[in-house]
Design a protein around this ligand. Sequence first.
Ligand SMILES: [Cu+2]
Length: 147
Amino acid sequence: MKMLKLLLSLSVLSLLALMVTGCGGGRVNAKVIIPDNEVHVKLHSFELVADKLTIPAGSVTFKAINTDVVTHEMLVIPVADATMELPYDRTIARLSEDALVSLGEVPEIEAHTKGEVTLDLTPGTYILLCNLVGHYQAGMHTVLTVE
Ligand SMILES: [Cu+2]
């Protein structure tokens, strides 16, 4: 009987502990609501990660954050489809920007800073990328579908 009481009080205690941690120590946490037309892009050596893969057409704000120790940038390139080859120039280790159609960009995002750009996007496929020397080839690109 003593054992049962002990077990019961232990489970009540752990339930209480769960309840307390579950609601952040009793404080009410305000939820951060990210608007539908915002894409948050994290840049780091050597990846470019967007928090959305698809977004509705219209005005889209890209909020880029560079968590790295080197400068990055973020270009928005419309493409026919996700497999379309972009004009990479080995001699400069970058995409040839003369041969690219860029709709806009967040240029020169220095280490540990952020920047944003708002663009009007029609339905289609877009590549978000960093075109600083070597960065595209190293993997700094991702696909965004606008519906
Ligand atoms: Cu970069």
